[in-house]
Design a protein around this ligand. Sequence first.
Ligand SMILES: CC(C)(COP(=O)(O)OP(=O)(O)OC[C@H]1O[C@@H](n2cnc3c(N)ncnc32)[C@H](O)[C@@H]1OP(=O)(O)O)[C@@H](O)C(=O)NCCC(=O)NCCS
Length: 170
Amino acid sequence: MRGPLCRVMPMRAQRVVLRVASQREVAAVARMQADAALTEHRLIPDIASHRHDIPNGRRYWRRALRGSRQRLFIAVRGSEVVGAIGVDLIVARHRMAPVRRRIYLHSLYVVPHARRFRLAQGLTRLALDWGRGRGATQARLEMAAPNRSARALYESLGFRAREMMFARPL
Ligand SMILES: CC(C)(COP(=O)(O)OP(=O)(O)OC[C@H]1O[C@@H](n2cnc3c(N)ncnc32)[C@H](O)[C@@H]1OP(=O)(O)O)[C@@H](O)C(=O)NCCC(=O)NCCS
Protein backbone atom coordinates (compact mmCIF):
# COMPACT_ATOMS: atom_id res chain seq x y z
CA MET A 1 0.00 0.00 0.00
CA ARG A 2 1.64 3.25 -1.09
CA GLY A 3 -0.05 6.36 -2.33
CA PRO A 4 0.36 10.08 -2.07
CA LEU A 5 -1.00 10.17 1.50
CA CYS A 6 -0.26 6.65 2.66
CA ARG A 7 3.05 4.87 3.24
CA VAL A 8 4.20 1.57 4.61
CA MET A 9 7.40 1.49 6.63
CA PRO A 10 9.29 -1.43 8.17
CA MET A 11 9.69 -1.77 11.92
CA ARG A 12 11.64 -4.84 12.96
CA ALA A 13 9.77 -7.71 11.25
CA GLN A 14 6.51 -5.77 11.06
CA ARG A 15 4.89 -3.21 8.81
CA VAL A 16 3.75 0.17 10.01
CA VAL A 17 1.12 1.94 7.93
CA LEU A 18 1.21 5.72 7.84
CA ARG A 19 -2.11 7.24 6.80
CA VAL A 20 -4.84 9.77 7.52
CA ALA A 21 -6.62 9.06 10.82
CA SER A 22 -10.32 8.36 11.02
CA GLN A 23 -12.75 9.07 13.87
CA ARG A 24 -12.05 5.53 15.17
CA GLU A 25 -8.50 6.46 16.11
CA VAL A 26 -9.28 9.72 17.87
CA ALA A 27 -9.39 8.18 21.37
CA ALA A 28 -5.95 6.57 20.97
CA VAL A 29 -4.45 9.82 19.71
CA ALA A 30 -5.95 11.82 22.57
CA ARG A 31 -4.35 9.39 25.03
CA MET A 32 -1.00 9.72 23.30
CA GLN A 33 -1.26 13.50 23.51
CA ALA A 34 -1.39 13.21 27.29
CA ASP A 35 2.05 11.54 27.18
CA ALA A 36 3.26 14.18 24.75
CA ALA A 37 2.13 16.91 27.17
CA LEU A 38 4.08 15.27 29.98
CA THR A 39 7.22 15.09 27.81
CA GLU A 40 6.92 18.77 27.00
CA HIS A 41 6.29 19.66 30.63
CA ARG A 42 9.52 17.90 31.62
CA LEU A 43 11.43 19.95 29.06
CA ILE A 44 9.86 23.35 29.79
CA PRO A 45 7.94 23.07 33.10
CA ASP A 46 7.29 26.80 33.41
CA ILE A 47 5.62 26.96 29.98
CA ALA A 48 3.92 23.59 29.44
CA SER A 49 1.39 22.05 31.78
CA HIS A 50 1.81 18.42 32.83
CA ARG A 51 -1.95 17.97 32.64
CA HIS A 52 -3.79 17.14 29.46
CA ASP A 53 -7.55 17.13 29.20
CA ILE A 54 -8.17 13.85 27.32
CA PRO A 55 -11.96 14.30 26.75
CA ASN A 56 -11.28 17.80 25.44
CA GLY A 57 -8.53 16.39 23.21
CA ARG A 58 -11.01 13.88 21.77
CA ARG A 59 -13.51 16.67 21.03
CA TYR A 60 -10.78 18.74 19.39
CA TRP A 61 -9.71 15.95 17.06
CA ARG A 62 -13.26 14.86 16.23
CA ARG A 63 -14.05 18.38 15.09
CA ALA A 64 -10.69 18.78 13.32
CA LEU A 65 -11.19 15.58 11.31
CA ARG A 66 -14.46 16.91 9.90
CA GLY A 67 -12.87 20.07 8.52
CA SER A 68 -10.99 20.48 5.24
CA ARG A 69 -8.17 22.59 6.69
CA GLN A 70 -6.86 20.13 9.25
CA ARG A 71 -5.51 16.63 9.01
CA LEU A 72 -4.30 14.07 11.49
CA PHE A 73 -1.83 11.48 10.22
CA ILE A 74 -1.12 8.37 12.22
CA ALA A 75 1.30 5.44 12.21
CA VAL A 76 -0.41 2.12 12.87
CA ARG A 77 1.26 -1.19 13.65
CA GLY A 78 -1.31 -4.00 13.63
CA SER A 79 -4.14 -2.32 15.49
CA GLU A 80 -1.91 -0.12 17.66
CA VAL A 81 -1.54 3.59 16.94
CA VAL A 82 2.18 4.21 17.51
CA GLY A 83 2.54 7.76 16.25
CA ALA A 84 0.68 10.85 15.12
CA ILE A 85 1.09 14.33 13.71
CA GLY A 86 -1.47 17.10 13.21
CA VAL A 87 -1.32 19.67 10.42
CA ASP A 88 -3.35 22.84 9.86
CA LEU A 89 -3.65 24.80 6.65
CA ILE A 90 -3.49 28.54 7.30
CA VAL A 91 -4.71 30.89 4.58
CA ALA A 92 -3.75 34.54 5.00
CA ARG A 93 -6.62 36.98 4.64
CA HIS A 94 -4.35 39.82 3.64
CA ARG A 95 -3.77 39.79 -0.13
CA MET A 96 -0.26 41.24 0.33
CA ALA A 97 0.86 38.63 2.87
CA PRO A 98 4.29 37.25 1.84
CA VAL A 99 3.04 33.69 2.22
CA ARG A 100 -0.62 33.22 1.30
CA ARG A 101 -0.89 29.56 2.30
CA ARG A 102 1.21 27.81 4.87
CA ILE A 103 0.91 24.79 7.08
CA TYR A 104 1.43 24.52 10.81
CA LEU A 105 2.65 21.17 12.14
CA HIS A 106 1.81 20.15 15.69
CA SER A 107 1.11 17.25 18.06
CA LEU A 108 3.93 15.04 16.77
CA TYR A 109 4.42 12.03 19.00
CA VAL A 110 5.83 8.52 18.57
CA VAL A 111 5.41 6.02 21.40
CA PRO A 112 8.75 5.17 23.08
CA HIS A 113 8.94 1.55 21.85
CA ALA A 114 8.49 2.66 18.22
CA ARG A 115 11.14 5.37 18.16
CA ARG A 116 14.18 5.54 15.84
CA PHE A 117 12.42 3.71 13.01
CA ARG A 118 11.96 6.93 11.02
CA LEU A 119 8.24 7.00 11.74
CA ALA A 120 8.33 10.66 12.79
CA GLN A 121 10.18 11.46 9.59
CA GLY A 122 7.58 9.57 7.55
CA LEU A 123 4.65 11.22 9.32
CA THR A 124 6.14 14.68 8.90
CA ARG A 125 6.75 14.02 5.20
CA LEU A 126 3.11 13.00 4.75
CA ALA A 127 1.99 16.22 6.43
CA LEU A 128 4.29 18.24 4.15
CA ASP A 129 2.92 16.44 1.08
CA TRP A 130 -0.63 17.19 2.21
CA GLY A 131 0.25 20.87 2.56
CA ARG A 132 1.88 21.02 -0.88
CA GLY A 133 -1.23 19.41 -2.35
CA ARG A 134 -3.27 22.28 -0.90
CA GLY A 135 -1.05 24.97 -2.35
CA ALA A 136 0.94 25.75 0.80
CA THR A 137 4.40 27.16 0.17
CA GLN A 138 5.74 27.17 3.72
CA ALA A 139 5.68 24.90 6.78
CA ARG A 140 6.08 26.14 10.35
CA LEU A 141 6.16 24.55 13.77
CA GLU A 142 7.10 25.34 17.33
CA MET A 143 9.08 23.15 19.67
CA ALA A 144 10.59 23.24 23.15
CA ALA A 145 14.14 24.61 22.88
CA PRO A 146 15.77 21.76 24.92
CA ASN A 147 14.11 19.03 22.81
CA ARG A 148 17.24 17.77 21.07
CA SER A 149 15.64 14.75 19.38
CA ALA A 150 12.86 16.88 17.85
CA ARG A 151 15.38 19.47 16.70
CA ALA A 152 17.55 16.80 15.02
CA LEU A 153 14.45 15.37 13.37
CA TYR A 154 13.22 18.69 11.99
CA GLU A 155 16.68 19.69 10.81
CA SER A 156 16.99 16.35 9.02
CA LEU A 157 13.87 17.41 7.11
CA GLY A 158 15.20 20.83 6.12
CA PHE A 159 13.65 22.99 8.87
CA ARG A 160 15.78 25.75 10.38
CA ALA A 161 15.16 27.87 13.50
CA ARG A 162 13.80 31.25 12.30
CA GLU A 163 12.45 32.95 15.42
CA MET A 164 12.94 32.53 19.15
CA MET A 165 10.49 32.85 22.00
CA PHE A 166 12.06 34.03 25.27
CA ALA A 167 10.35 33.51 28.63
CA ARG A 168 11.06 34.19 32.31
CA PRO A 169 9.04 33.90 35.47
CA LEU A 170 7.63 37.08 37.02
C1 LIG B 1 10.92 13.43 18.55
C2 LIG B 1 10.20 12.15 18.13
C3 LIG B 1 8.86 12.52 17.48
C4 LIG B 1 11.10 11.42 17.10
O1 LIG B 1 10.38 10.26 16.65
P1 LIG B 1 11.12 9.07 15.93
O2 LIG B 1 10.11 8.29 15.16
O3 LIG B 1 11.93 8.31 16.91
O4 LIG B 1 12.10 9.83 14.93
P2 LIG B 1 12.73 9.24 13.60
O5 LIG B 1 13.09 7.81 13.79
O6 LIG B 1 11.84 9.57 12.45
O7 LIG B 1 14.07 10.10 13.53
C5 LIG B 1 14.48 10.74 12.34
C6 LIG B 1 15.73 11.52 12.63
O8 LIG B 1 15.51 12.46 13.70
C7 LIG B 1 16.67 12.50 14.56
N1 LIG B 1 16.34 11.93 15.88
C8 LIG B 1 15.19 11.37 16.28
N2 LIG B 1 15.26 11.00 17.57
C9 LIG B 1 16.49 11.33 18.00
C10 LIG B 1 17.17 11.20 19.24
N3 LIG B 1 16.58 10.65 20.33
N4 LIG B 1 18.45 11.65 19.33
C11 LIG B 1 19.05 12.21 18.26
N5 LIG B 1 18.46 12.37 17.04
C12 LIG B 1 17.20 11.93 16.92
C13 LIG B 1 17.73 11.68 13.86
O9 LIG B 1 18.40 12.53 12.95
C14 LIG B 1 16.89 10.66 13.11
O10 LIG B 1 17.53 10.12 11.99
P3 LIG B 1 18.50 8.84 12.20
O11 LIG B 1 17.69 7.78 12.88
O12 LIG B 1 18.91 8.51 10.81
O13 LIG B 1 19.64 9.30 13.07
C15 LIG B 1 9.98 11.19 19.34
O14 LIG B 1 11.20 11.04 20.04
C16 LIG B 1 8.90 11.68 20.30
O15 LIG B 1 7.72 11.39 20.12
N6 LIG B 1 9.31 12.43 21.34
C17 LIG B 1 8.37 12.96 22.34
C18 LIG B 1 7.41 13.98 21.74
C19 LIG B 1 8.14 15.07 21.01
O16 LIG B 1 9.22 15.52 21.40
N7 LIG B 1 7.51 15.54 19.93
C20 LIG B 1 8.01 16.63 19.16
C21 LIG B 1 7.35 17.87 19.66
S1 LIG B 1 7.93 19.31 18.77
